[in-house]
Write a protein that binds this ligand. Structure first.
Ligand code: SAM
Length: 284
């Protein structure tokens, strides 16, 4: 791959998915895109770059972007954000939404579904308090391939051994050959939609709780700020946003501010709150 090809691919990926690749990531690009070359019968990466220069959107362009995404995830990843959901966010939401009995949760980089299904399992545990409620979990991701797996809800032995307490495995999964299928009760709680966070997402409506974890790390600062500001707008005035352990709003935007009490938890900043039509007393 020539220097010019690598520069083209870096700019191409940045524009398409927000992925900000340093000059040292040449090897990563080569190893991830070589299978794409083979799939589309292209002999070299330079041929792939030539084809991308000529083409518009299609399966090859999608394959290039998807091949460069990192889809690493597991059930109850980092534990604390899910303890926070069970112990703080969900009880507060149940109190704050007692009159509407409606709760909307967004997993904004859902990958293969472990994050939204972990939330679904916790909601299931609180089912007695949620009788008659409409609880919606929306899982979105840029990659259609991971969403397909998320919808299927089929996981390997290795995947169910990562982070999932054994009693939840027994309760919600059935073994199918070498794999484990999550119960329809849980798959029915989550709706999956393809979404590139670089594109508008107003059509998804407003959310009470947003989990946007381990995706902003791949973006540069202006892209992070833009996505965070649009997430703040998609949030109900008393809503909550959870970011990944290596992610923050600090130095990027004031549209969201740290909760102060709980690590990784953010709320709308003062400017956004002032603009909101009404504000509920307690945040989630
Ligand atoms: C490392 S996974 C994080 C999964 C999960 N949130 C977690 O923390 O375990 C990052 C996901 O972000 C998705 N992604 C990358 N760029 C994106 C973009 N521009 N819009 C939406 N999703 C994106 C990838 O496809 C991948 O599935």
């Amino acid at each position: 791959m020539t220097e010019a090809d690598f520069t083209f691919l870096r700019e191409y990926l940045k524009k398409r998915s927000g992925l900000a690749l340093g000059p040292e990531k040449r090897y990563l690009v080569e190893s991830r895109l070589s299978p794409v070359c083979r799939r589309f019968n292209l002999a070299t990466l330079s041929d792939l770059v030539g084809a991308l220069r000529l083409s518009r959107e299609g399966p090859m362009e999608q394959a290039v972007v998807e091949a460069m995404t990192t889809n690493e995830t597991f059930f109850f990843r980092d534990r604390a954000p899910f303890d926070l959901f069970r112990d703080v966010l969900l009880p507060r939401a149940i109190a704050a939404r007692a009159s509407t009995r409606r709760l909307r949760i967004w997993s904004a980089a859902a990958s293969t579904g472990q994050e939204p299904y972990s939330l679904a399992m916790l909601i299931h545990e609180a089912a007695a308090q949620l009788v008659g409620w409409q609880v919606e979990i929306v899982g979105t991701d840029l990659s259609t391939e991971v969403l397909e797996k998320a919808r299927l809800g089929l996981y390997s032995h290795f995947e169910v051994q990562r982070g999932l307490p054994v009693q939840l495995l027994v309760k919600h999964f059935t073994q199918v050959g070498e794999q484990w299928r999550i119960s329809p009760q849980l798959t029915n709680m989550v709706s999956y939609r393809p979404l590139n966070l670089l594109h508008p997402f107003d059509h998804l409506g407003q959310f009470d709780i947003v989990y946007c974890r381990n995706v902003l790390i791949y973006f540069d600062a202006p892209t992070k700020a833009d996505v965070l500001e649009r997430i703040a707008k998609a949030l109900t005035p008393d809503g909550a946003v959870l970011l990944g352990a290596a992610e923050t709003v600090i130095g990027l935007t004031e549209a969201l501010v740290p909760d102060g009490q709980h690590r990784g938890l953010y709320r709308q900043g003062a400017t956004h709150r002032a603009a909101a039509p009404q504000r509920l007393a307690a945040g989630f």
